[in-house]
Structure formats: C-alpha cells, structure tokens
Design a protein around this ligand. Structure first.
Ligand code: SF4
Ligand code: SF4
Length: 135
C-alpha cells in the first residue's frame, strides 16, 4: 500500500470530521493492537481494526475505502472495552461509514441482491443492513 503523507493530509477535513462525528480522540491510539486481538469479526476483515484507526490518523480517506473491514465491523464494542486508551473504535468505524454514505454512495445495491437471499434473510436483518450500508 502506497501512502502519501503530509501535514495537510494528516490535518484534513476528513480527520476532523471523523473525530467530530465519533467524539473520539483519534490521536489517543498508540497502536497496541488489543482491539484487533479481541475482535470477533477479524477473520472476515481484510485489514485489522487497529489499522483502520492508523489510516484515519494519517488522513488516508481513499485508502480506507478500498477495504471492507469497516463494513464487516459488527459494532459489538469489544474493542472499546479492551482499549487501554479509552478509544471507542466502533464509533470511529461508524463515523467513517457515515462519511462514505453521506456522499450518497451505497455500499450495497438493494435492487441487485439475489432473490434467494432476500427470501431467506429475516426482514429485520435486511432492514438493519439497508440502514448500515445504504445512503
Ligand atoms: S486498543 Fe486502543 S490504543 Fe490499542 S490499537 Fe486499538 S484503538 Fe489503538
Ligand atoms: S466493534 Fe467492530 S472492530 Fe470492534 S471488536 Fe466489534 S466487530 Fe471488531
């Protein structure tokens, strides 16, 4: 992964918005990895939860969007409980998802879901997925 890092990127509006929406101090994270070690969804993720917050710290908005980790996050809060720095990573994941969706970009396209999936899934699961993944 090639990263471009500069003061303007690290202090970009993206970083400020993630902090504002999540209410978290992004810089409090010192990359101990306890969040990733305890995450029950980590096997389905393509980068670790701790790597997500690192990319946010570095203002890497475009890089973040290439990964599915934030969409796989189940918002279970295990990471928040384990964090020695009091960082609620679930809220940071939610803030990054919201910023993508606010651009009116759906992460899933409801009309393209397979009919069998729609028939098999409980309605409540469909509704919660649409809430999480669509603008
Ligand atoms: S547990 Fe907290 S301090 Fe450690 S990597 Fe995760 S968010 Fe950062
Ligand atoms: S809130 Fe998300 S990142 Fe944190 S432990 Fe749960 S699934 Fe993993």
């Amino acid at each position: 992964m090639k990263l471009t890092i500069s003061r303007s990127i690290v202090q970009s509006d993206f970083v400020k918005k993630v902090q504002e929406i999540s209410g978290q101090n992004i810089l409090a994270c010192y990359q101990c990895g306890k969040c990733s070690a305890g995450c029950p969804s980590v096997e389905e993720m393509d980068i670790l939860p701790s790597q997500i917050i690192r990319l946010v710290q570095l203002g890497q908005e475009e890089q973040l969007e290439a990964f599915k980790t934030m969409w796989v996050c189940a918002s279970c809060n295990t990471c928040a409980v384990r964090c020695p720095r009091g960082v609620d990573l679930a809220k940071i994941m939610e803030a990054v998802r919201l910023l993508v969706l606010r651009r009116n970009e759906n992460h899933i396209e409801p009309s393209k879901l397979p009919q069998e999936l729609i028939e098999e899934m409980p309605p409540i699961a469909l509704i919660s997925n649409f809430r999480k993944f669509t603008a």
